[in-house]
Design a binder for this molecule. Structure first.
Ligand code: SAM
Length: 239
């Protein structure tokens, strides 16, 4: 069943223009069709009462548990081309709550803080679509770009930095995640194609980030984010 993130006022569903187009023109929805609407982390079963004008009413609440028990922040070094689109999409499916884009020494692309709106708008669209597809109850926030010197802005209870020079056994990674308690925040910071400079890892350590290994192989940056988030969600949902 189609799912949308939308506002609800007195049982009336208020879809965005893009979602109205998708529902009426792409999905060719008809009267009495049902859709799921997520509002404020809660899912509702809704029914189309009329198409012209479009009127959608809430029928009932649906009780669903989809979100991880901890808040997950991925600090992802900006990657070239569509790799970042891929990371935003997969990180959303894996339960991330916020993606903060990192401009590090070796990131190949730079985001002009003034004109980054096009790039961030695209990431917001990807995150929303991935959240709808994966039946999330929240769309990850993908609005921030930071440099390594702004790491103190990241507030988290557990902070890890997968560092390629630590490639080996994964015990520390797993031990750190297993420390997390319900409703705590976990931040994971992944480097760019060229990896982290040693001074960047030292800055991260000073901010409380624990260097960890993602195994014995050197993963591509996009693979590393997906691997780390997969392990985190698996460990958090093991019972
Ligand atoms: N240029 C680096 C090299 O050749 O050694 C590789 C950097 S890797 C492509 C990009 C990022 O993925 C790294 O900065 C790190 O955050 C993460 N990463 C990849 N493999 C890892 C591993 N086995 N252990 C820890 N982190 C890893």
């Amino acid at each position: 069943m189609q799912r949308y993130f939308a506002s609800i006022v007195d049982k009336d569903v208020l879809l965005s223009d893009d979602d109205i187009f998708h529902l009426t023109k792409v999905m060719r929805a008809r009267c009495n069709d049902e859709i799921e609407v997520v509002n404020n982390h809660q899912v509702f079963l809704c029914e189309i009462k009329s198409i012209k004008p479009l009127a959608i009413k809430v029928k009932r609440k649906i009780n669903e548990k989809r979100e991880l028990k901890c808040k997950i922040i991925l600090i992802a070094a900006l990657l070239k081309g569509e790799k970042m689109d891929f990371v935003v999409q997969k990180a959303t499916e894996l339960g991330v709550n916020e993606i903060v884009f990192l401009e590090s020494e070796r990131t190949i692309i730079r985001v002009n803080r003034r004109d980054n709106s096009n790039r961030l708008d695209r990431y917001k669209r990807i995150a929303k679509e991935a959240a709808e597809q994966s039946c999330r109850l929240a769309v990850p926030d993908v609005s921030k770009v930071i440099s390594i010197n702004e790491l103190s802005r990241i507030k988290a209870d557990i902070k890890i930095i997968p560092y390629e020079l630590n490639a080996g056994i994964t015990k520390t990674f797993i031990d750190e995640i297993n420390k997390a308690k319900e409703d705590q925040t976990i931040a994971v910071m992944v480097g760019p194609e060229g990896g982290f400079a040693e001074y960047e890892v030292n800055i991260a350590k000073c901010e409380g980030f624990v260097p960890v290994s993602l195994g014995r192989r050197i993963l591509r940056a996009e693979t590393a984010s997906i691997y780390a988030l997969s392990v985190i969600s698996c460990l958090l949902e093991k019972k």
